[in-house]
Design a binder for this molecule. Structure first.
Ligand SMILES: *[C@@H]1O[C@H](CO)[C@@H](O)[C@H](O)[C@H]1NC(C)=O
Ligand SMILES: *[C@@H]1O[C@H](CO)[C@@H](O)[C@H](O)[C@H]1NC(C)=O
Length: 136
């Protein structure tokens, strides 16, 4: 019976191991600790009812007072697929937005501070903000 370790399979095995090793490095780079903070900037003295989830986690219903904030942290996925979405509600209004989309936000922020305004949610930085429309 022939051994599988013939002259032609050894380079192949080395190549497969190398590709596996390289891809693990790429995976490791995509695993980062992230922190998301969500601030109630709706105004008018209203409380914000916030409910954030991912495919695997339900972060529960939060009541955020005017100007108050709440946050959560997590590690991004090796597969680049981390997604947290949230519902925001205040009297007469209900919206959804994506609080963290790995493919969109990975390089945007490590601490992602969302300002929830009546018309749109924005990630705010000291000198600028990045706004996104509500989810349909
Ligand atoms: C906002 O939430 C706080 C804490 O639960 C509550 O005491 C307060 O009455 C709420 N305010 C309004 C306007 O609903
Ligand atoms: C905001 O500040 C960062 C870091 O200080 C800087 O790199 C960036 O160019 C600034 N952006 C604007 C729009 O001024």
């Amino acid at each position: 019976m022939a051994s599988i370790f013939t002259k032609s399979t050894v380079p192949l095995i080395i190549m497969v191991l190398f590709v596996f090793y390289k891809s693990n490095c790429v995976f490791a780079e995509s695993i980062k600790h992230k922190y998301v903070i969500i601030r109630n900037d709706v105004g008018g003295g209203v409380n914000l009812t916030l409910h954030c989830k991912s495919k695997d986690d339900d972060l529960g219903v939060q009541n955020i007072s005017p100007g108050g904030e709440w946050g959560f942290h997590f590690k991004t996925s090796a597969w680049g697929t981390t997604l947290f979405f949230c519902s925001v509600e205040w009297p007469g209004t209900s919206h959804y937005f994506d609080a963290f989309v790995q493919s969109r936000d990975m390089d945007v922020c490590d601490t992602c501070v969302w300002s929830i305004k009546p018309d749109q949610p924005c990630i705010v930085f000291s000198n600028r903000s990045v706004c996104h429309p509500w989810n349909k």
